[in-house]
Design a protein around this ligand. Structure first.
Ligand code: G3P
Length: 216
């Protein structure tokens, strides 16, 4: 399973990229707004100077004609841009056209197997089931990830399943076990994945034992 960072924070992206574990980035309008950046194109182009892998950038238009035009424009921002399209009739129409033009897409705000299936049928490169937001309303978000993986495998659909709205390290483990191709995670979750109390205790003990022998 590949790990993408779900953020528009440049410092977080730089730090995570240095670790070598990040294969791509996903953003959305809320994440860009959180950074107080009003120019999404500038943010995406800055990210593309740091990360070689796919960078998801979301369209804001809602009507098909405007969405298709905006998506084509966004796809030109950088060679590694993946155009993030919200699930809707307009979104499906847009992905259907973009896929024929060879433009990579990420179907976002996916909350059901039917939505994921439609996204794959129209040629989305990724579908992004929102695990945490389903959990928030007492639906099992990870069960949906598993179902999508199973159906895509069954019909050999080439669309990648990107587990999104990841809230904690256990979500990442569950996404891997469910067979998600990608988990896109916040920086804080990546940091939590690194830590283990026994590792910290072990490092302290090794250091102390080594220092004790240096003094004798
Ligand atoms: O990848 C989608 C993500 O940004 C949404 O996460 O925590 O706002 O549900 P959240």
């Amino acid at each position: 399973m590949r790990i993408f960072l779900d953020t528009a924070n440049i410092d977080e992206i730089r730090q995570a990229a240095r670790l070598g574990v990040i294969s791509g980035i996903t953003t959305n309008p809320s994440l860009v707004a959180k950074e107080k950046r009003a120019d999404m194109k500038a943010v995406i182009q800055e990210i593309s100077t740091i990360v070689d892998g796919p960078i998801s950038a979301e369209v804001l238009s809602l009507e098909p004609k405007a969405m298709i035009e905006e998506a084509r424009e966004v796809s030109l921002w950088s060679p590694n841009v993946v155009v993030k399209i919200p699930m809707s009739a307009s979104g499906l129409e847009t992905i259907s056209i973009l896929s024929k033009e060879g433009i990579k897409t990420n179907l976002t705000l996916c909350f059901s197997l039917n939505q994921a299936l439609l996204g794959a049928i129209v040629g989305a490169t990724y579908v992004s089931p929102f695990v945490g937001r389903l959990d928030d309303i007492s639906h099992d978000g990870m069960q949906l990830v598993g179902e999508i993986v199973k159906v895509f495998d069954r019909y050999k659909l080439p669309t990648y399943v990107c587990a999104a709205s990841i809230r904690h390290p256990l979500h990442v483990i569950e996404a891997a076990k469910a067979g998600a191709h990608v988990a896109t995670i916040p920086y804080s979750v990546l940091m939590q994945m690194i830590k283990h109390p026994l590792t910290d205790i072990g490092i302290s003990r090794f250091t102390e034992d080594w220092q004790s022998i240096q003094k004798s």
